[in-house]
Structure formats: C-alpha cells, structure tokens
Design a protein. Structure first.
Lengths: 225, 175
C-alpha cells in the first residue's frame, strides 16, 4: 500500500516535470536528439553565467564554470530522470561546482585576500559598509555603477550558502522548497538561511536603503539609532 | 516606540517568509493583521523589502559571444564515436558506388530470370523430337556400316573424292 502510494507520488511528480518544456528538452539531450543540446545551451547560457557571476564575482571565472556545468550536464545526460523541474537539477550541478570553486579559492591564501575584498583596514566588504554607516552620512547622489559595486560587495560579504540562497531566490525566482532541493537542505533551514542573509544584507546596505529621499519609518529610525 | 523590543529571530523569519509568499493562507492573514497594528513589523518589512529591491541594481552579466561555440566545441569531444561513424558512413563515395553497382547487378539478374520465365510461359516448347527406343534401334541397324567405317570416312575430305575411289578404273577388282 505504502509502496504503491510512493510510486503514485513519483509518477505524479514525473508527469508534472514532463509538463516543463526544459525537462522535455533535456530528455531529448538524453536521447541524443540532434540539436537538443545546442538548444539547451542557447536557453540557459545567459541565466547560468549571470547566476555564477553573482556567486563567484568574476565574469571570466563565471564563464569557465558555466562551460563546466554544461559539460557535466552533457556527460550525465544518460542518468537524467524527469523527477523534478529541469532547472532544479541543472542549478544543483551549478551550485555544487560554484561551491567547489569558492572553497578551493579559500584554500589559496593569495587569491582569498584579493577576492574577499578586504582593504588595508582588514575589513570584509560588508563589514566595511557597516563601518561606513557608523559615520551616519548617507550617500544620496551615488551613481548607479557605484551603487552596483557597493551591492556586489555586500553580496560577496555573505557566506557561500547565504549567497547561493539569495541568488537562487532573487534571480532564479526559486521558492524555498526548490532552493532546499538544490542545496540539499530542509525547507526550514532555507527559511533561516534566507532570513540571516537578508538581515546581513540590510546591515551592509543600511546607508543606501533610504537614499531615494523616502522617509525612514519610525521604528527603523529607532533601530538605526 | 523605542520601548518595544525588536523582533525575535523567529518573528523575522516568518516576516521574510511572508514577504516571499511562502506562508500558507491562514498564517499570511495573521501576519497582515500584525503588520497593520505593529509599527515594528511595518518598519522591518519596509527595510527588508527595500534591501531586497536594491539587488535589482546588480547588472545582469551576459555571456561573451564566443561562449556558446566554445561550450559546444568542448562538448563535441564527448559526443559518441559510434554516432559520428553512423553519421559519416553514408557520406563515403565508395560505399555509395558499391551500393549502386550491387543494385544494378541484382536488377539485371532478376530481369533476366523474369524474362526467361515469361518467355517459357508465353511460348511453350514444341513436342519432344526424341526417337522411340524401337525406332532408335532400327536406325542404328541401318547405319551400322557407316558407323563401322566412320574412322575411314573421317579421312575423306568430300563425297566426290569417295565416288572417285569407287571408280572401277581406279580400284577395280580386275575381274
């Protein structure tokens, strides 16, 4: 009875997955249909390179990693089963590769110093932004490029797992359950992870939140003081 | 307002889950009520939402123009070899030529056989010319002398020469 139920659930999720056009495309890649892999690369290259750039903070490295992701997808194609949305499976591979890359980078001290963005004060970007905020002088006329740079630093200031959760949630529009599947966590753990990530980001970007001239809510002003 | 305690971690987690649309309907309604009556929730929701919106300023990185080609080239090394062979064998000119030659030979054999059968069917053979065994014996007896002298006759060039030999002036018995 229980096995039949599990089988039925599996069948249902497979049927749901088959409604996803990318899952069907990947099944074509699995069956060596001509042009299927080319189509997959065309559909996913921008999203993947964009996500990886947010994660590793370097465009060239993001492209190298993206290429490796596609290569792994191709090599693993015969093992692909339509049990979940294709993008979940795809970004699980991307997540694992990005994590490996970030961890191997941490094992290289010279690179770590450069990529962690620590300046002469020894502070990491997020810490530096918080330190800047202690001056209590919000930057009101910051250029968009500079703002992007500040935000990128704030994202890079998050730890690996927080960064991955944020990027998947924000830029891939994944819900907590999908992120949990990609990262191999429980949904509850993802909820906590995203909460800490967003609290840290808020602390890092405190000076830029109300720079559009909007009034600061009373309670937020109290908190800031 | 300053006297109110800040949100606990759990309250903040639920607030963010609410902002992300991750709460079930009942819990979401309860949160809406809290947001309406508690300024701490409103301020927290406001700053967290604004922070989240700031991430939209991050530029979307596009892959370089060569990325797709480079990726497909890197994957081509892993394309199955059998597939490559399958794809290329029919492009070999000798295979095509041999195939056509074989087809022509088969067509010729079939055509020949077909025509022969049709001819036999359309024009049946005349009745057999073979002799009865009795007639054959009779003919053999009649030609016996010719058969006996066949070795001699073979040395004769023509019939006229034979007749001359029979001339009594030449080999007459002298009687």
């Amino acid at each position: 009875m229980g096995e039949a139920f599990v089988a039925a659930i599996g069948q249902t999720s497979a049927q749901l997955a088959l409604r996803d056009p990318d899952t069907r495309l990947m099944l074509g890649v699995r069956d060596d249909e001509p042009g299927a892999f080319e189509e997959l690369v065309a559909r996913y290259q921008s999203r993947l390179v964009g996500i990886l750039h947010h994660l590793v903070g370097n465009a060239d490295e993001a492209e190298d990693l993206a290429q490796e992701v596609f290569l792994r997808v191709y090599r693993a194609r015969k093992k692909y089963r339509a049990r979940c949305k294709f993008s979940t499976w795809f970004f699980t591979i991307a997540n694992n590769l990005a994590l490996n890359s970030l961890r191997s980078r941490q094992r290289r001290p010279a690179v770590q110093l450069k990529t962690s963005g620590a300046d002469s004060s020894g502070l990491r970007p997020a810490e530096q932004l918080v330190a800047d905020s202690s001056g209590n002088q919000p930057v009101r006329r910051i250029q968009q490029g500079e703002l992007a740079s500040v935000i990128r630093q704030a994202v890079e200031g998050l730890n690996e797992r927080q960064r991955i959760a944020v990027v998947l949630n924000k830029f891939e529009d994944m819900n907590y359950a999908e992120i949990a599947e990609v990262m191999g966590l429980t949904t509850k753990a993802v909820k906590s992870l995203l909460c800490r990530s967003r609290t840290n980001l808020r602390a890092a970007l405190q000076n830029y939140i109300y720079m559009d001239g909007q009034p600061v809510p009373e309670a937020a002003a109290d908190e800031k003081d | 307002m300053g006297t109110l305690p800040p949100l606990t971690d759990e309250e903040r987690e639920n607030l963010i889950a609410y902002l992300d649309g991750e709460l079930d309907e009942k819990t979401a309604r309860a949160f809406e009520a809290k947001l309406n009556r508690d300024p701490r929730y409103r301020a927290e929701a406001d700053t967290l939402s604004r922070t989240w919106s700031l991430l939209d300023y991050l530029p979307q990185t596009e892959p370089s123009t060569a990325f797709g080609t480079r990726t497909l080239e890197s994957v081509s090394a892993f394309r199955p070899a059998t597939r490559a062979r399958k794809a290329s064998w029919h492009r070999q000119p000798w295979v095509l030529g041999t195939g056509w030659a074989a087809a022509v030979v088969v067509a010729a054999v079939l055509g020949f056989t077909g025509v022969a059968r049709w001819t036999r069917w359309a024009h049946p053979a005349p009745p057999s010319m073979e002799l009865d065994p009795a007639d054959a014996d009779e003919q053999l007896a009649r030609d016996l002398r010719v058969i006996e002298n066949q070795r001699l006759y073979e040395k004769v060039d023509d019939l006229d020469f034979l007749r001359k030999l029979a001339d009594p002036d030449l080999f007459g018995d002298g009687s």
